[in-house]
Design a protein around this ligand. Structure first.
Ligand code: B16
Ligand code: MG
Length: 216
């Protein structure tokens, strides 16, 4: 059976959260807002615009749209500067093996990410060619937990939502998969991702038998 395997990007394929953190921290510092690693968890899977709002709320800072637009541009320029040196060594453990296995088994492979920088990241890390379909922050109007990004990906693969499997590291992403009536696989901590149908620490914990079970 052909299924749709939909991967989130940040936290699933690569750990770009550390670069998002550095770039947001610069903005926060300039505004005298204390922004910690713990706060950064709140930004996972969340859009760029919403991320800024969360940071401003943390610091109780009100700002004009003009200022916000300026900071959004600054943040992204700084973030992109961290991506310059990215290569395939940044692909998280076990990801290549799973992609290879899915290709061998003729499965549909899609990206479903909130990021507007998804394509260059996949290119730089050398895995773009594995993906039949890419749906990212440039293609959707509703952010996770709205299932739009995953529904679009399944539709482009011509596969029904119930035959789609979503790999996600964020709570909002797991909720999006569940609302879309897809199979949700959490990658990360069980305590955080308990709403997922299945949970693994990382892809090295996912074996061939599990993938075969999903396919059949
Ligand atoms: P950008 P994902 C998300 O990626 C990140 O988790 C989130 O922290 C970030 O704000 C968002 O992408 C937007 O990214 O600024 O590059 O458009 O987990 O949905 O792959
Ligand atoms: Mg993510």
């Amino acid at each position: 059976n052909k299924k749709a395997f939909i991967f989130d990007l940040d936290g699933v394929i690569v750990d770009t959260a550390k670069y998002h953190f550095l770039a947001w921290q610069k903005i926060a510092q300039a505004l005298n807002i204390n922004f910690t690693h713990e706060n950064n968890e709140l930004l996972k899977g969340v859009s760029r615009v919403r991320s800024l709002d969360i940071i401003l709320e943390l610091g109780n800072v009100q700002a004009s749209q003009e200022d916000k637009d300026k900071w959004l541009i600054q943040k992204n320029e700084d973030y992109l500067s961290y991506l310059v040196d990215m290569d395939e060594s940044e692909i998280l453990p076990g990801v290549f093996k799973i992609l290879q296995l899915l290709k061998e088994k003729n499965q549909g492979i899609a990206l479903g990410s909130a990021s507007k920088n998804a394509r260059p990241i996949l290119e730089k890390t050398g895995i773009l060619s594995y993906f039949d379909v890419i749906v990212d922050g440039n293609d959707v109007t509703n952010a996770k937990p709205d299932p739009e990004v995953f529904l679009k990906a399944a539709q482009l693969l011509n596969i029904e939502p119930k035959n789609a499997i979503v790999f996600e590291d964020s709570v909002a992403g797991i909720q999006a998969a569940n609302i879309g009536e897809m199979v949700s696989v959490g990658i990360g901590e069980e305590t955080i991702l308990h709403e997922a149908d299945y949970i693994f620490k990382d892809f090295t914990e996912i074996n061939t038998a599990f993938i075969e079970k999903l396919i059949n």
